[in-house]
Ligand binder design. Structure first.
Ligand code: ADP
Ligand code: MG
Length: 249
């Protein structure tokens, strides 16, 4: 189903003390169920704002977001979000963090099983009783992904989830995230400012540009997983993407 998630003419203006910012202008796209989209663009081009609109955390100025033909007006459990920083509750253990959003909504035994399965899926079974302070940055982001999955959302919105990690950890999390996506078939919109990350993960790459924030290109990525940065296809598409994303000075 091509029109699982539809963004129909989304605009967003932020009012400032003087004037306003056009954070999003006339955003149109459709996402198929189960698709993994990477949204790429330099800092300040509106990526976070767009994700927040889809999540229902931010109200657009105009336009509509439709999920299975129903208009999204607010936040909902069918959309899970992962932020750049893990945002775990420091006073709760890992399993309590993962359980937080669904506690009281499912039977205790089922809750335990869900949490166990999720921790296993992200490779943190041995850390169920640990507190966030005891985790490395990569482990904390894995936990944040497990927490976002707890409510079994249909869509995962990931806002530069690996950008604060060192190169090696990032690469490992990318590989594991791909496996997780392949096994869960979740629809994912993964925001990044890293071209390599977009090429490693995305079935399609959407390019955003700033002032006003808009989508200026959409590239299907047809070569198969796992993708290797040395492959000619990878290098060729990377060159094309570079033309759309100016280097940061
Ligand atoms: N709450 C806000 N109030 C005013 N301006 C904002 C707000 N949030 C974002 N902006 C502005 O909107 C633009 C897009 O920001 P953002 O979506 O955070 O970009 P990105 O995630 O791509 O770095 C920027 O110019 C930013 O300053
Ligand atoms: Mg951002």
């Amino acid at each position: 189903m091509a029109n699982f998630l539809v963004l129909d003419g989304i605009t967003k203006q932020f009012k400032l003390d003087k004037g306003q910012v056009q954070a999003l202008e006339d955003i149109h796209f459709e996402v198929a169920k189960g698709e993994l989209i990477c949204l790429i663009g330099s800092s300040g081009c509106g990526k976070t704002t767009l994700l927040r609109v889809i999540a229902g955390l931010e109200k657009q100025t105009s336009g509509r977001v439709l999920l299975e033909d129903k208009e999204i007006e607010t936040t909902g459990r069918e959309r899970g979000m992962v932020f750049q920083e893990p945002r775990l509750f420091p006073w709760l253990t890992l399993e309590e963090n993962v359980a937080f959003g669904i506690k009281g909504r499912v039977e205790k035994k089922i809750l335990q099983r869900i949490v166990q399965q999720l921790l296993e899926m992200v490779g943190l079974s041995d850390f169920a009783k640990a507190t966030p302070k005891q985790l490395s940055g990569g482990m904390a982001q894995r936990a944040a992904i497990a927490r976002a999955l707890a409510a079994d959302p249909q869509i995962l919105l990931l806002d530069e989830p690996f950008s604060a990690l060192d190169t090696q950890t990032r690469s490992k999390l990318q590989t594991d995230f791909l496996k997780l996506w392949q096994s869960t078939h979740k629809t994912c919109i993964h925001v990044t400012h890293d071209i390599d990350e977009a090429l490693i993960l995305g079935q399609r790459i959407m390019v955003m540009q700033a002032s006003p924030g808009r989508i200026t290109a959409i590239f299907p990525v047809s070569f198969s997983y796992p993708r290797c940065p040395d492959e000619p296809d990878f290098i060729a598409l990377k060159k094309k993407l570079r033309d759309f994303i100016p280097p940061v000075f």
